[in-house]
Design a protein around this ligand. Structure first.
Ligand SMILES: Nc1ncnc2c1ncn2[C@@H]1O[C@H](COP(=O)(O)OP(=O)(O)OP(=O)(O)O)[C@@H](O)[C@H]1O
Length: 620
C-alpha cells in the first residue's frame, strides 16, 4: 500500500527492538526497556530531544532470542510500526531500566540500515495512511490486541499490509478467542456473590425443568427458606412497627450473600421475631372455688399466703384487665414460694416460666444485647416468652433479692420497666429493638429477704411474708405431699414402705434444721432410694430361690422379723428371703440409711464438753 498520506512520518527513524509484544498501529503498549541498545535510544533520543519529531521512533518486533542480546545487531524484521513515545518512567531497581508507553501510528518498511550503534537508525518507507489510525472509530487493527499472547500471530498481522489480508489473519483468531470465552463461561462455577443473578435465572429453570446440581439445590433450599420466612412474617400477627422492621430486614437479607456473617444474624433475628407470641395467648379459666381447692390440695398450711393469693385471683376474675400489684413472696428457703407460683399458673390455666435472677449482674440479661454486638442475644424476658409461646404466661422472678450490680449496668433498673404496669406495654428489648407488650404477663417475685431488694423495685411489689413451718406442720406436709411425691418418683407403693410419724419427727429434729422442708424432702428421697434397692433385690430373689432351703429360710425370716427392720435394710445381702412388706422405717433403719443423727450428736458432744469444763473448774 503506498503511503500517499497527508501526514508523513520522518524518513529516518531510530529503531526500538521489542520482544515483549508486537505494537500494532492504533494500539498502545507498555514495554520494558533494559537492553543497552534500547536504553541508549531512550536516553539520547527521548529524554534529551525536545522536538515532537524526536518522540517518534520505530518499533520492530525482535524475533531473535531475547536472552542472547549480544553486541551484534540481530537480523531486523522488515516491517515495523512507527510509534509516539507517550511516557517514559525510569527505575534503578532491581537494575536500571525504563518503562516506555508507546502508541502505534502506522506501519513502515525498512529500506536501509543507516547505523547500528549506539542504537540502530534506518531509512524507512511509510506503508499506512496515518489518518486511518487517528480517527475515533475502532479499527480492525485493534482486534490484534486480542491475540497479545500469541506473539507469532501478532507479527503476522503486522506484516499483513493489505486490509483484506489483515482480515483473513484476524478472523480465525477472533473465532478462537470467542470459543475460549465460551468454554470459560461453562466451566466457571457460580460464585456465591452471584446470588442475585441466580435468583433471577431460577424461575426460568423451573419452567424448563432443567435438572440442577446439588449445589444449586442447596441454594434453592435457602432461597425457599427466605421466601417462607417472608411469608411467615407477613402472616404473623406482629405489631405494625415490628412488621415494618422485619420487612426491611428481609429485603436486606435477600440481597446479602449467604457467606456474610450478617446473613446468619439477620436470619436468626427474623426467625425470633416470627416465633414470638405477639398476639397468641391462653384463655384464662379462673374459678375461685376451684382455685381454693387446688391451692389447698397442693399446699398445706400457708394460710396467710393462700388467702392473699385468692383475693388477688378474685379481683382478677371480677376485673379482667387488672393492672394490679406484683406479688412478692418473701421467706426462708424451701417454704414453697416457687411451688405456690406454679399453682397460681395452674389455677389460671396459664403457662408457667421461672426466671432465676440469682447472681444476675448484667442488665443485658434482662434487656438483651444490641444486635451490633458479637454473640448478641435477647434478654431473659423475651427468651421466656419465646419458650412458653404465649404472651400471657405467669413469670416467676425467682430470687430478686440476689440481683447483682456491675459495670455492665444494673439489672434491677431494667426490671423496673418490666414490672411497671404503666410502662411494660411497650417494653423494648435491645436485641429486638421494637416494643413488645408485656402487660398481659403475670409477674410474681420471690425473695429470701427484703433487705437486699433495691427500694425502687420493692416499691413496685406487694410483699407477702411466708414464715417457716412448725414441726407439726412439717410432719403434715411430709405425709400429705412429700412422701407420696417421693414414692411416686422412686416407683414405690405404700404397700412396700411405711414411714411412721415418729420417724418423720426424728428426721425433722435430728437430721434437719431448717425453716422450710427442702432438706426433709431430700432425706425422704434418700430413704426411698435405700428401700427401692431392697425391693428390687427382693423381687430378684423371689424369682430365683436358689439356696433357700426351708429350714434355713425360716431361720432367716425369724431373724428378719425378730431383729430390727434396720438390718433388713442395711445388711440383707446374705438373706435368702425377700424382706417383709411393707418395710418399716423406724429409728434404727433411719440410722442405717442416713447415718447417726446430726443434731442430737451435736447436742451430746457440746453437753459433754461443757461438763468437762465444769469439772475442771471445780477441781482447780
Ligand atoms: N406448704 C407446703 N405444702 C406442700 N409442699 C410444700 C409446702 N411448702 C414447701 N413444699 C415443697 O417443698 C419443696 C420446696 O419448695 P419451693 O421450691 O417452692 O421452695 P422456695 O420457698 O421457693 O425455696 P427457695 O427460696 O429456695 O427458692 C417443693 O417440693 C414444695 O412442693
Amino acid at each position: 500500500m503506498a503511503a500517499g498520506s497527508a501526514i508523513q512520518i520522518p524518513s529516518r527513524l531510530p529503531l526500538l527492538l521489542t520482544h515483549e509484544g508486537v505494537l500494532l498501529p492504533g494500539s498502545t503498549m507498555r514495554t520494558s526497556v533494559d537492553s543497552p541498545r534500547n536504553m541508549q535510544l531512550v536516553r539520547s533520543r527521548l529524554l534529551k530531544g525536545t522536538s515532537l519529531r524526536s518522540t517518534i521512533i520505530g518499533v520492530i518486533p525482535n524475533t531473535s532470542d531475547p536472552t542472547s542480546d549480544c553486541d551484534d545487531l540481530p537480523s531486523l524484521h522488515r516491517i515495523g510500526t512507527a510509534a509516539l513515545a507517550v511516557q517514559v518512567v525510569g527505575s534503578n531497581w532491581p537494575k536500571p531500566h525504563y518503562t516506555l508507553l508507546v502508541t502505534g501510528l502506522c506501519r513502515f518498511q525498512i529500506l536501509q540500515l543507516l547505523k547500528e550503534k549506539p542504537y540502530p537508525v534506518a531509512e524507512v518507507e511509510q506503508l499506512d495512511r496515518l489518518e486511518q489510525f487517528t480517527n475515533q472509530h475502532k479499527s480492525e487493527e485493534e482486534l490484534g490486541e486480542l491475540s497479545e499472547q500469541f506473539y507469532k500471530y501478532a507479527v503476522q498481522i503486522l506484516d499483513a499490509v493489505r486490509l483484506e489480508e489483515r482480515f483473513k489473519m484476524t478472523i480465525p483468531l477472533l473465532v478462537r478467542q470467542i470459543e475460549g470465552l465460551k468454554l470459560l463461561q461453562k466451566t466457571r462455577k457460580p460464585k456465591q456473590d452471584d446470588d442475585k443473578r441466580v435468583v433471577a435465572i431460577r424461575p426460568n429453570r423451573r419452567i424448563n425443568h432443567i435438572p440442577s446440581t446439588t449445589e444449586d439445590d442447596e441454594e434453592e433450599e435457602d432461597h425457599d427458606d427466605v421466601v417462607m420466612l417472608e411469608k411467615k412474617i407477613r402472616t404473623s400477627s406482629m405489631s405494625e412497627q415490628a412488621l415494618k422492621v422485619c420487612l426491611k430486614e428481609i429485603k436486606r437479607l435477600k440481597k446479602m450473600p449467604q457467606s456474610m456473617p450478617e446473613y446468619a444474624l439477620t436470619r436468626n433475628y427474623l426467625e425470633l421475631m416470627v416465633e414470638l407470641p405477639w398476639n397468641k395467648s391462653t384463655k384464662d379459666r379462673l374459678e375461685i372455688r376451684a382455685a381454693r381447692i387446688l391451692l389447698d390440695n397442693d399446699h398445706y398450711a400457708m394460710e396467710k399466703l393462700k388467702k392473699r393469693v385468692l383475693e388477688y385471683l378474685a379481683v382478677r376474675q371480677l376485673k379482667n384487665n387488672l393492672k394490679g400489684p406484683i406479688l412478692c413472696f418473701v421467706g426462708p428457703p424451701g417454704v414453697g414460694k416457687t411451688s405456690v407460683g406454679r399453682s397460681i399458673a395452674k389455677t389460671l390455666g396459664r403457662e408457667f416460666h421461672r426466671i432465676a435472677l440469682g447472681g444476675v449482674c448484667d442488665q443485658s440479661d434482662i434487656r438483651g444485647h444490641r444486635r451490633t454486638y458479637v454473640g448478641s442475644m435477647p434478654g431473659r424476658i423475651i427468651n421466656g416468652l419465646k419458650t412458653v409461646g404465649v404472651n400471657n404466661p405467669v413469670f416467676l422472678l425467682d430470687e430478686v433479692d440476689k440481683l447483682g450490680k456491675s459495670l455492665q449496668g444494673d439489672p434491677a433498673a431494667a426490671l423496673l420497666e418490666v414490672l411497671d404496669p404503666e410502662q411494660n406495654h411497650s417494653f423494648t428489648d435491645h436485641y429486638l429493638n421494637v416494643a413488645f407488650d408485656l402487660s398481659q404477663v403475670l409477674f410474681i417475685a420471690t425473695a429470701n429477704t427484703t433487705a437486699t431488694i433495691p427500694p425502687a423495685l420493692l416499691d413496685r411489689m406487694e410483699v407477702i411474708q411466708v414464715p417457716g413451718y412448725t414441726q407439726e406442720e412439717k410432719i403434715e406436709i411430709a405425709h400429705r405431699h412429700l412422701i407420696p411425691k417421693q414414692l411416686e418418683q422412686h416407683g414405690l407403693t405404700p404397700q412396700q414402705i411405711q414411714i411412721p410419724q415418729v420417724t418423720t419427727l426424728d428426721i425433722i429434729t435430728r437430721y434437719t434444721r431448717e425453716a422450710g422442708v427442702r432438706s426433709l424432702d431430700r432425706k425422704l428421697g434418700a430413704i426411698c432410694r435405700a428401700v427401692a434397692v431392697k425391693v428390687a433385690e427382693g423381687q430378684h430373689k423371689e424369682t430365683k430361690p436358689d439356696r433357700a432351703e426351708v429350714g434355713e429360710g425360716e431361720d432367716c425370716k425369724e431373724h428378719v422379723t425378730e431383729d430390727t427392720k434396720a438390718e433388713s435394710i442395711s445388711d440383707t445381702a446374705d438373706l435368702a428371703l425377700p424382706p417383709e412388706m411393707p418395710i418399716l422405717i423406724d429409728f434404727h433403719a433411719l440410722k442405717d440409711i442416713l447415718g447417726p443423727p446430726m443434731y442430737e450428736m451435736e447436742v451430746t458432744s457440746s453437753f459433754f464438753s461443757a461438763s468437762l469444763l465444769f469439772l475442771s473448774i471445780l477441781t482447780s
